[in-house]
Design a protein around this ligand. Structure first.
Ligand code: F3S
Length: 282
C-alpha cells in the first residue's frame, strides 16, 4: 500500500501566525493575571481548541461576557469593525491575528463601495470571515451570495463589485459570477481566494485523481477542509472527511492500493502523521 501526503498539508501561514500570537499573549499574561479571550474558536479544529483552552484561552460567544481591561485576540477570520470599536471603548488590549489575506478581502470590499459598486461577497453566509468582510460595507450596499438563488439579490444593480471568501473554490466563484452580466452593466471581480487555498485545492484535485482512497483531515466546522473534501469527491468517491485518526474505519482501506491524505489549513501536521501511522499499522 502506498500512502501519499499532499505537500500542502498542515497549518497555513495565517493559522500559524494566529496561533503564535495567541500563544505569546497567553505566556505574557499568565504573570499579570489578565484573562485572554477570543470570539468563537480561534481556529476551526476541535483538538487544537481544547489544547489552547487548557493553556487558558477563553472562547466566548458574546463580547459582553468579557471583563473590561482584559486581552482579546482577533482570530485569523477577522472581525466586524463595529465590534472592534466596542472593544476599544472598554479598555481591552486587542491583539489582531486577522490573516493578511482576509484583511485584503476586507479592504477590497470597502474600496469597491467607495468606487460606487454594490458589493457582492461570495461565501458562506454564517462564516465569521464573510461576516467580517460584509460589515466593512454599508448595510444597503452589500449582499452575501452563497448559491444561485442568492443572485436575485443583485437584480437591477447597475454596477456590481465582487470579492470572495478566501477559502472558496475557483469553480464556485466562476459559477456564481458567470451570470452577473445578464442583469448589470458593469461587473468588477476581485479574486480574493488566498494562494494557500488555491495550492491546496489543486494538490487535492491532482491527488484524488491518482489514488484509490482519499482522507481529508480537519474540523467538520472548517470551511476550507469541507471544500477540499468536496473537490476530492468530484474525482474520487472514496473520499472521507475525518477529524482525527480515531475516525478511520478499517473497512475503508479494503483494496486500496494508493491512499492520499491532505489536511485543511487548521490541521496540525502531527494529526496527519498519526493518521498515516494508524493506516500503516492496520
Ligand atoms: Fe489566511 Fe488563507 Fe490561511 S486566508 S488563514 S492563509 S487559508
Amino acid at each position: 500500500m502506498k500512502i501519499e501526503l499532499s505537500k500542502y498539508s498542515g497549518y497555513c501561514f495565517g493559522v500559524k501566525r494566529a496561533l503564535n500570537l495567541a500563544g505569546e499573549a497567553l505566556a505574557r499574561h499568565h504573570s499579570d493575571g489578565k484573562k485572554v479571550f477570543t470570539l468563537g474558536s480561534i481556529i476551526h479544529n476541535p483538538g487544537v481548541e481544547k489544547e489552547l483552552s487548557k493553556q487558558g484561552l477563553i472562547s466566548i460567544d458574546d463580547i459582553g461576557d468579557m471583563e473590561d481591561g482584559s486581552v482579546f485576540v482577533i482570530r485569523s477570520h477577522g472581525m466586524s469593525p463595529a465590534l472592534i470599536d466596542v472593544l476599544k471603548k472598554r479598555n481591552i488590549d486587542i491583539i489582531d491575528a486577522t490573516c493578511p489575506f482576509v484583511k485584503k478581502a476586507q479592504s477590497k470590499a470597502s474600496e469597491l463601495e467607495e468606487m460606487g459598486f454594490f458589493v457582492a461577497v461570495i461565501g458562506n453566509k454564517e462564516h465569521p470571515e464573510v461576516c467580517g468582510i460584509r460589515e466593512q460595507v454599508s448595510h444597503d450596499k452589500v449582499a452575501v451570495i452563497e448559491n444561485e438563488e442568492d443572485l436575485e439579490l443583485l437584480n437591477k444593480k447597475e454596477k456590481i463589485g465582487v470579492v470572495v471568501q478566501t477559502t472558496q473554490t475557483i469553480g464556485q466563484l466562476k459559477k456564481l459570477t458567470g451570470k452577473l452580466l445578464d442583469n448589470s452593466r458593469e461587473v468588477y471581480i476581485i479574486n480574493t481566494i488566498c494562494d494557500t487555498t488555491k495550492n491546496r485545492q489543486n494538490s487535492v484535485r491532482d491527488l484524488s485523481k491518482r489514488t484509490d482512497l482519499m482522507l481529508i483531515v480537519g474540523g467538520k466546522n472548517s470551511a476550507n477542509t469541507t471544500n477540499l473534501a468536496n473537490i476530492s469527491r468530484e474525482n474520487n468517491l472514496r473520499t472521507y472527511h475525518i477529524e482525527n485518526s480515531r475516525d478511520i474505519e478499517s473497512a475503508w482501506l479494503e483494496n486500496a492500493k494508493t491512499i492520499g491524505i491532505c489536511g485543511g489549513a487548521s490541521t496540525p501536521e502531527k494529526d496527519i502523521l498519526e493518521i498515516k501511522k494508524k493506516i500503516e499499522d492496520i
